[in-house]
Structures are given as C-alpha cells and as structure tokens.
Write a protein that binds this ligand. Structure first.
Ligand code: ACO
Length: 311
C-alpha cells in the first residue's frame, strides 16, 4: 500500500529521524536528492577551475600552497558528494554523463571569470561564505549520507572562508592599487554570489516539497538574507563598499534591505550563456577524456590482481 508507506515515511521525517539508503523512500524524494546532490557535487568539481586559474600566478609560495590545498579540498568535497549520491542508486558514470551532456546543472557562480588575484580572496570570502550558510542548513537534511557529508564539508569551508577574508584584509590594508583590486573584486562577485541561493521562494519550483521532506531546512530567500546580514559588517571592517545603493539596515525587520537581483542575468547563466559556461564544461569533458587511460589502467590492474588470487 504505497499511501501507507508514504505516510510512514513522512511521519519519520516529521519526527526528525534520518532516512538511510536502505530505507523505503518515495521515488520523487530519491530523484530530488539525486538532482540536488549531483548538482552540488558538480559545483564542487567545476568550482576548482576558476581558482585553478591563479595557481601558477599566486603572489608567494605560501599563498600558492594554501590555494592548492583549498582547491584539493573542493575536489574532495565533490568525491564525498558523488559517493553520497551513489547510495541513491545512480552511478558516478551516469552523473558525469549528465554533467558533460549539459543535462545536470552546477552553480551559476562558477561561470564567472577570475580576473585578478583579489578574486581569489573574494571567492573564499563571499562564495565559500555563501556556501557555508547554505550548507549549515543541509547538515540537518533528512537524508543521512548527505547530512553527514555536509558536517565535514562545512568544517573545511570555514577554513576556506577565512583564508579568503585574510587575502581581502591584506589587500584592503595594502597600497592604493591593492585596495582598488579588492573593491573591484567585490563589485564583480557580490551579485553573482547572491544568485547562488537560487530564485525567490515564490519562483522556486522545488522548495515547497523539499521543505516538507526536510531536504531543505531554510528557504532560498531566508538563507540569502542571512548571508547578507552576516557579510555587510565584514565588508565595513575591510573598508570596502558593497555595490548596492539600496543596501540599508532596517531596524524594524532587524535585517538589511537590499536591491533586486538581475534575474535576467541569472537565467542567462543557468541556461548556459554566462561568460565562462562553455569553457568550464569543455574543461571537464577534456579532463574526463584525458583521464580515460588512467581509469582503464586501474581496471586492468585490478582484474589482473583478482585473476592472480583465483589461481
Ligand atoms: N545555479 C544553478 N542552478 C540553480 C541555482 C544556481 N545558483 N539556483 C537554483 N538553480 C536551479 C535549480 O537547480 C533548479 O533547477 P532544476 O530543476 O533543473 O534542478 C531551478 O534552478 C529551480 O530552483 P529551486 O526550485 O530553488 O531549486 P532547489 O530547491 O534545488 O534549490 C539550491 C536550489 C538552493 C541551490 C539547492 O539545490 C541547494 O541547496 N543545493 C545544494 C548546495 C549547492 O549545490 N551548492 C553549490 C554551490 S556551493 C559550492 O559548491 C562551494
């Protein structure tokens, strides 16, 4: 009786019990998680590309070592998330196929170019800062493997956020040119960062059901507001100006008011027409094709070892 199963499932979710891979779950719950978790995994992996652009040009050996470690963390996050998504019955190859064919999305934010070293600071501070706000909520996701992956990922993200803020701090306290670079990076990354939280709640196709299933714990608009409230004082401390004339503390609401996002730009980037969409996707396809011989060699090696065991 599917209705009884579904009611029992919802009761379990309502009682704050985690859903585990072998538990019964509605097919749509499974599909929603596969969609969100694979998009999340793809974002981590594609997210390595804009920062990778600055590895060879980091201003010191120390900065380079830190950036390298941070980018490797992002790759690791992608791997945890692919593994967690595999528990839902989809294979990694299928997920890659969906990314490479353009069927699966990844976050719009990674389709913007990194034009100066200050962008590396802005990404850590703003992009990873926004990712944390979103992912703290996901630590309480009803699906066990996703929630547990998020706990570790959030710990690493907070290190990333701090390293970004420290770069911004160094530049904001530097020469006039460095301050200008920091301000320019903030100008370019601010609005795209706000788009990471997704469309307004009233436009969000999946929010209603995802909130009911406790996949999402807080709405897109609530998380965006939370991020803005936390970040404005950080910008003030840096002596930088957030590029929004409407940004203003609202005493009554106890939140900052802010201007409207350019949703036309958001839609355009989601639909593949951002500044770097083609380049990013091509880089992933090339990496996958270029790594084929490694995968084949690993499989051949494993088969040989297995054959030796049998004898
Ligand atoms: N970039 C690309 N696509 C987006 C974005 C975005 N910033 N925001 C929303 N979308 C897409 C959704 O994936 C959905 O498309 P789909 O139906 O084809 O999958 C559509 O827009 C409608 O949006 P929502 O109904 O609001 O979708 P959802 O409930 O999935 O909420 C959100 C979107 C908030 C991004 C959610 O999926 C989420 O929390 N994901 C996990 C976090 C994540 O992916 N972070 C990646 C960036 S952080 C990092 O990698 C460091």
């Amino acid at each position: 009786e599917p209705e009884a199963l579904e009611a029992a499932f919802q009761a379990k979710v309502d009682a704050e019990q985690r859903i585990e891979p072998k538990d019964w779950m509605p097919e749509k719950y499974r599909q929603t998680l596969i969609r969100q978790m694979s998009q999340h995994a793809h974002s981590e992996v594609v997210g390595m590309l804009p920062e990778g652009n600055w590895l060879t040009r980091a201003p010191s050996l120390k900065r380079k070592a830190i950036l390298m470690a941070k980018i490797q963390d992002e790759g690791g996050h992608g791997l945890y998330l692919y593994s967690a998504a595999e528990t839902l019955g989809i294979s990694r190859d299928e997920m890659f196929e969906q990314l490479h064919s353009g069927k699966a999305k990844y976050s719009t934010i990674f389709n913007y170019p990194t034009l100066s070293w200050a962008d590396i600071g802005a990404i850590g501070w703003l992009v990873d800062g926004a990712a944390i706000v979103n992912q703290i909520a996901l630590c309480r996701c009803s699906y066990g493997p996703y929630a547990r992956a998020m706990i570790r990922i959030c710990k690493e993200e907070s290190f990333h956020q701090r390293q970004g803020y420290e770069i911004m701090m160094t530049m904001a306290q530097g020469t006039k040119e460095q301050r200008e670079m920091a301000q320019d990076a903030l100008n370019r990354w601010w609005w795209p960062t706000l788009m990471m939280f997704g469309p307004h709640d009233r436009e969000s196709a999946h929010s209603g059901q995802s909130m009911k299933w406790k996949i999402k714990r807080q709405s897109n608009d609530d998380l965006r507001q939370k991020f803005i409230d936390a970040t404005v004082p950080q910008a003030e401390f840096l002596g930088l100006r957030i590029p929004d004339d409407k940004l203003k503390w609202n005493e009554e609401r106890g939140h900052y008011d802010f201007g409207e996002i350019d949703w036309e730009e958001f839609r355009s980037v989601v639909n593949g027409n951002g500044l770097c969409n083609r380049e990013r996707l091509q880089a992933r396809v090339d990496a996958h094709d270029g790594g084929r011989w490694v995968r084949e060699a690993a499989l051949a090696h494993a088969a040989k070892k297995e054959a030796r065991k049998v004898e």
